[in-house]
Design a binder for this molecule. Structure first.
Ligand SMILES: Cc1cc2nc3c(=O)[nH]c(=O)nc-3n(C[C@H](O)[C@H](O)[C@H](O)COP(=O)(O)OP(=O)(O)OC[C@H]3O[C@@H](n4cnc5c(N)ncnc54)[C@H](O)[C@@H]3O)c2cc1C
Length: 441
């Protein structure tokens, strides 16, 4: 194990950066987790269920996502959820002021968050690279920290064996377990609900999740010293939004699956790049379609409302973020490839060390490749400003952001018709969702 990147070192550094502890908390308009859910601001991360384990659990609301309910499960329940509310990423997200931080790309920070360096590549091991969603970078890093850096465990997400068209939060301690859970799953997931396993692990751990999951974990560590100590590394993947379970059910139906209870495996992508959506049933029947058909034609239409108001689609709160290098056309049969973004010094050292030890095969690339790879996400950031305005004009509650600018991108990146649509469409959606006027009462 390289001395400069010992787990202890990772823990020490990981626990002294990130969101500032001393800033004044933002005033919260929403008073309970139930109000977050009712305002459709829940992203389903599960952090509330971690903070108040005995009082809150996550349930799958088919047309929305995983949602917290209080143990009593009675409407109007009086359970105090203020502990949970403190870490809710649906309500507010805040960056520190990066202006005086050296070694970050200051030209890109407003649009893409802190970036220390970017690589393109993937897992050195062919099996991981093939199985992974893009280049298998997240899985390769997970195997690397378990096998080379003495990490205790990885908390992440895999298919629920009882209903593989849904997800389950899982813990992996071996390469086989990590490999089994590789691949992006475009369905609701609440990985923060098992942060207690990291808290109790007695050593360094890795957490992998969506940008909102990682942001929630970073908030939670401020209140839980053992979590702060053990959460040595966080990896987020780029995310345009989580579709509801109904999205997957519609897709399965359109592919002719007669009975979802008969499914033994559902993969959304991976096993090639980007890889097909494949569902397998008990008697060997297989139902599949391309990534463009699954995400582009069906799943993306079922993305939850909170994701439409999200300003962090690229894992800005993580140590490492991974995404697809869509800046170029994928060649037939090409090995998967990931953009691997170091957002903190800890993340940068971990990537460099994984490359040196041949867990990752990746080349440093110009940070410009990030905007070139995800031009839609830059436009989305602008559109979110319009959507937030539309939601506020309709009287709907909205998340509060500090240090994640968007107005400039609304001006520069969003064509005029979409500018109008971002505001009016948002107002219409708030009425449809039944959340218009909610913040007025
Ligand atoms: C909902 C969703 C939206 C996405 N939107 C974009 C996008 O806009 N742009 C883009 O470039 N890529 C997007 N992706 C894909 C993802 O960012 C890339 O595939 C990324 O490069 C990860 O590839 P990898 O090969 O390194 O990961 P892998 O090595 O395959 O590992 C993936 C890891 O993610 C975890 N995971 C899978 N699904 C979930 C989930 N739903 N919630 C939490 N953890 C999960 C797994 O447990 C695994 O550890 C999206 C993925 C999802 C699930």
């Amino acid at each position: 194990m390289p001395g400069y990147l010992s787990p202890g070192r990772l823990v020490t550094i990981a626990s002294t950066r990130l969101v500032p502890r001393a800033t004044k908390p933002m005033k919260r308009a929403l008073k309970s987790i139930q109000e977050v859910v009712d305002s459709k601001l829940c992203s389903g991360c599960g952090a509330c269920a971690y903070m108040q384990t005995t009082e809150i659990r996550m349930v799958n609301v088919l047309d929305e996502g995983l949602r917290p309910v209080t143990a009593e499960d009675t409407p109007g329940s009086t359970i105090d959820t203020s502990e949970a509310l403190k870490v809710c990423p649906g309500v507010e997200l805040e960056h520190p002021d990066f202006a005086h931080q050296e070694s970050i790309e200051h030209d890109l920070v407003d649009a893409w968050g802190p970036i220390r360096a970017i690589w393109e590549g993937g897992a050195s091991e062919g099996q991981i690279r093939f199985a992974g969603s893009s280049g298998g970078a997240a899985s390769a890093l997970a195997v690397y920290v378990l096998e080379h850096l003495d990490f205790r465990l990885v908390v992440h997400v895999g298919a629920d064996p009882d209903a593989p068209y849904t997800n389950r939060t899982v813990v992996s301690r071996t390469r086989e377990e990590v490999l089994r859970r590789s691949g992006s799953r475009y369905a609701p997931a609440s990985p923060c609900e098992l942060l207690n396993l990291i808290e109790d692990a007695g050593g360094p751990c890795l957490f992998i999740g969506k940008p909102c999951d990682v942001a929630a974990a970073q908030k939670a560590r401020r209140y839980r010293p053992n979590l702060d100590r053990n959460l040595a590394l966080t990896v987020a993947f780029f995310c345009a939004g989580t579709p509801s379970t109904n999205g997957t059910l519609e897709l399965l139906q359109s592919l002719g699956v007669p009975d979802v209870d008969d499914l033994i495996e559902v993969r959304y992508r991976g096993n090639g790049w980007p890889g097909d959506f494949v569902a397998k049933a008990g008697k060997g029947e297989e139902y599949s379609c391309t990534y463009d058909q699954s995400w582009g034609e069906v799943l993306s239409k079922h993305v939850q409302w909170r994701c439409k108001l999200c300003l962090d689609h690229t894992g800005e709160f993580a140590d490492i973020a991974v995404g697809d290098p869509w800046y170029r056309t994928i060649q037939e049969g090409e090995m998967g490839s990931s953009l691997i973004v170091a957002r903190t010094d800890v993340g940068k050292r971990c990537i460099e060390s994984a490359i040196k030890d041949d867990a990752l095969t990746a080349s440093a690339v110009s940070p410009d490749l990030l905007p070139k790879s995800q031009p839609n996400l830059l436009r989305t950031r602008g559109e979110v400003w319009g959507r937030l305005l539309g939601a506020r004009l309709s009287g709907a509650p909205t998340p509060r952001y500090r240090g994640l600018p968007s107005f400039g991108f609304w001006l520069s990146e969003v064509p005029v018709p979409r500018k109008v649509r971002s505001i009016l469409g948002s107002m219409r959606r708030c009425v449809r969702e039944g959340i218009a006027f909610k913040s007025m009462f």
